[in-house]
Structure formats: C-alpha cells, structure tokens
Design a protein around this ligand. Structure first.
Ligand code: HEC
Length: 129
C-alpha cells in the first residue's frame, strides 16, 4: 500500500514590516556608480579578466563604505549598516577568488552581492512614485 503524503508549504511573508521611515540619505549618483561598477564586475568575472575585475571590486569596496556611512548617520537603520558591510565582504570575497583564479567561485559571490542589493532595496529604497 502506498501512502501519499501531501505537504503543503505555507509561506510566511515576513516582508510585511516596511521600514521606509528611516531617514536614509543616499544619493542616486552613488547608487548609479554602484550599479555600473557591479555590471562591469559581473562581465569582467565572466570574461575572466582578473585585472579589471580586481579594479572594480576595489572601487565597489570604497563605494559600499560610503553607503555604510550614510546608514550610520541615519537615526534608525541598523539593517542598512549590516547590509552595507555584507556587500563589502562579498566584494572582498570576489576579489580574493579572482586573485586565486577561481572565476566560478567569484561569479557565485557576485550573485550573492546582487541578492544583497535587493535585500537592502526592499527595506530602504523608496518606491517609485
Ligand atoms: C545597504 C543598502 C543598499 C545596498 C546594499 C544597495 N543599495 Fe542600491 N539603493 C539603496 C537606497 C536606499 C536607494 C534609494 C536612493 C534614493 O532614491 O534616494 C538605492 C537606489 C539604487 C538605485 C536607483 C538609483 C536611481 O537613480 O534612482 C540603483 C540603480 C541601485 N540602488 C543599485 C544598487 C546595486 C546594483 C546594488 C548592489 C551591488 C545596490 N544598489 C546595493 C540602498 C542600497
């Protein structure tokens, strides 16, 4: 006799608590630089251009330090500080994997970085009017 167990997955949406309230002041220029440099990094890792990829990773580390400063200055945005630091760590991970000539592992870290962008945007990026 076969028994079929039906598992019903219930997705709990924790996203309900929205935190726009934090007075984070991030310039869109800063974010545009991050966007452009991340795209560059992504393609340089794909092309296995180690020198350019390291250059991009270094630039991103500095840009995420700037983002972190903005979140430090905001009155109540601890997740933003954490996500900036996490982005910085992921950029460092990309750099060390590129330096070790492991471009597959570097690409995985780039994916994780892009996921971190989305996490922060869900919390702190104001919706488009
Ligand atoms: C720690 C938080 C945080 C992280 C991490 C982050 N962003 Fe942002 N980003 C923001 C906030 C806040 C805004 C909204 C800025 C505004 O409109 O005032 C934004 C806006 C943007 C914009 C829109 C800029 C515009 O012209 O309106 C782009 C593009 C962007 N981010 C790209 C990225 C990319 C790519 C990454 C990851 C590599 C990233 N961001 C990581 C916080 C973050």
């Amino acid at each position: 006799m076969r028994r079929t167990l039906v598992v019903i997955g219930i997705q709990l949406s924790l996203a309900a608590a929205v935190v726009w309230a934090a007075d984070v002041d991030i310039s869109t220029d800063l974010m545009q630089s991050i966007e452009d440099t991340t795209k560059d990094l992504d393609s340089n890792v794909a092309l296995k251009d180690g020198q350019q990829a390291l250059h991009d990773a270094k630039a991103l580390a500095t840009l995420f330090d700037e983002v972190e400063q903005h979140f430090h200055q905001a009155s109540d945005a601890p997740r933003g500080v954490e996500l900036s630091q996490q982005s910085h760590r992921l950029v460092d991970a990309v750099a060390s994997k590129v330096a070790a000539n492991d471009f597959d592992a570097a690409a995985t870290s780039v994916d994780q970085l892009e996921h971190t962008c989305k996490q922060c945007h869900q919390l702190y990026k104001p919706p488009k009017p």
